[in-house]
Design a protein around this ligand. Structure first.
Ligand code: ATP
Ligand code: MG
Length: 430
């Protein structure tokens, strides 16, 4: 076997990941098979974007790949994918294959392994995703993916209408890529999308949500939203997207939120669409958001509704107490996130203008206690000193103490708290 002295150097991939995947390819070649890097990693390297994972495509059948490498996980062996562990890192290695039988506009019912890499590339969605790169730097780019990247164009491999009919998720992927990369959509691809848009209702919301997450955390989510609306896809999802347009100041704030705070962006989107917390709860469940993310987003909406549900800015002390109550009710994390959200809204004209973010930040900092576990006395201790049977009063008294401490009316000291508890229980008013 020839030595590959001139292995290509990856500029945008982690060196250890590049070396590990090169080793997998090298071993496959040494065993007489073909193997290439393929898909997203090749595209991202060409575009000068950070490469997040490196997939390999090979002529070796999954059984062959499994027998060649020591540590192999049969991830999706039926579809030809195994995960090869190399130097402690996982790499997906997939046999050249084609997919058939897309009766329901989503997953293929059959996959068939094929001999030629070009056939494998042909089943991929867009020209920029249908390229492979060899270890010596050879490009396999039969659909001119590099040319389309240079033209900043998203173009289906083959006839758009057929490709979207096979798997309707590709339409959302198309918009996601256009939004994240700032690319245009080739005319025939766009037309094909309009013709096939009704098939989107077949696609599981989980797959759509995952694409939308990528779009929402990208540099230009508003363009993605406009494309969704412009194509009509937003109203054709299994659970439609209640997006009407992004003129409102709230929508303009979305890209102002750092992209790592994806869920704040989602909260702004829901808020900007005029969706109330109760309705958002249903929607987020149906869109398959995890409980953790749903609660975070709902916390932000609840903050928003409660805070702006009353007139603010007239009586600072009343505002401060309302704020403290809200922080205790919803948690300090929700408060921090909500402040970040307000900072994004403030530069643009909005009702939030009246609200002083700096002031609230100061109030939050000044809160010595924020939750029950910060309190200098516990429910059990109260039970002991009060010499009463347990009951709802324990929680009520603890909450009262928490609020008093958080607002700075009481010192967080066991004796002081117990005194106050006794006073409250004896119905003494301070
Ligand atoms: P990302 O950068 O978000 O990972 P990606 O293009 O790598 O984008 P993946 O879901 O990781 O997306 O898919 C890897 C490759 O598999 C794609 O580059 C493309 O070649 C192919 N692919 C993925 N999804 C589809 C699809 N629905 N239809 C056809 N080909 C697809
Ligand atoms: Mg990928």
């Amino acid at each position: 076997m020839a030595e590959h002295r001139q292995d290509i150097k990856w500029k945008y991939a982690d060196p250890a990941m590049a070396a590990g995947s090169a080793e997998v390819i090298r071993i496959l070649l040494e065993n007489g098979y073909e193997a290439y890097w393929v898909g997203g990693c090749v595209r991202d390297e060409y575009m000068g974007r950070n490469v997040s994972d490196m997939d390999i495509t090979t002529s070796a059948l999954p059984e062959a790949t499994s027998s060649i490498f020591e540590r192999v996980i049969p991830t999706g062996i039926k579809h030809g994918t195994v995960t090869v562990m190399m130097n402690g890192q996982p790499f997906e290695v997939t046999t050249y294959r084609v997919e058939e039988g897309y009766e329901d506009h989503r997953r293929p019912s059959r996959v068939t392994f094929v001999r030629e890499i070009e056939e494998d590339l042909r089943r991929r969605d867009f020209t920029m995703n249908a390229m492979a790169l060899g270890i010596d730097g050879t490009w396999v780019d039969p659909f001119d993916g590099r040319k389309d990247i240079d033209l900043r164009l998203i173009r289906c491999v083959g006839e758009a209408r057929l490709r979207f009919r096979e798997d309707a998720l590709r339409m959302v992927r198309c918009i996601r890529f256009a939004s994240v990369f700032g690319f245009s959509i080739a005319k025939a691809t766009w037309t094909g999308m309009l013709e096939e848009r009704d098939t989107l209702s077949w696609v599981a919301m989980e797959r759509i949500r995952s694409e939308l997450d990528k779009m929402m955390s990208g540099p230009d989510p508003l363009r993605g939203l406009e494309l969704l609306k412009g194509s009509g896809l937003h109203s054709r999802m299994k659970i439609p997207f209640p997006y009407k347009g992004h003129e409102q100041a709230i929508m303009q704030a979305i890209p102002e939120v750092p992209s790592e705070r994806l869920d704040i962006r989602w909260a702004l989107l829901l808020f900007g669409c005029g969706i109330k917390a109760a309705e958002a709860d249903m929607l987020l469940r149906e869109w398959t958001f995890s409980n953790r993310r749903r609660e975070l987003i709902l916390g932000l909406l609840a903050f928003q509704e409660t805070w702006f549900g009353e007139e603010r800015g007239r009586d600072p002390e009343a505002d401060r107490l309302a704020w403290v109550r809200l922080v205790i009710e919803r948690g300090a994390d929700a408060a921090e996130n909500w402040l970040l959200m307000q900072e994004a809204i403030s530069p643009v004209d909005s009702p939030a203008q009246t609200f002083q973010v700096d002031e609230a930040r100061k109030w939050l900092r000044e809160m010595e206690v924020r939750e029950l576990k910060d309190l200098g006395v516990s429910g059990n201790e109260l039970l002991k000193v009060m010499d009463r049977r347990g009951g709802p009063w324990v929680g009520e008294v603890l909450n009262h103490l928490l609020l008093q401490c958080a607002a700075g009316f009481l010192v967080n000291d066991k004796q002081v708290l117990i005194e106050e508890a006794k006073r409250v229980m004896n119905n003494e008013v301070r």
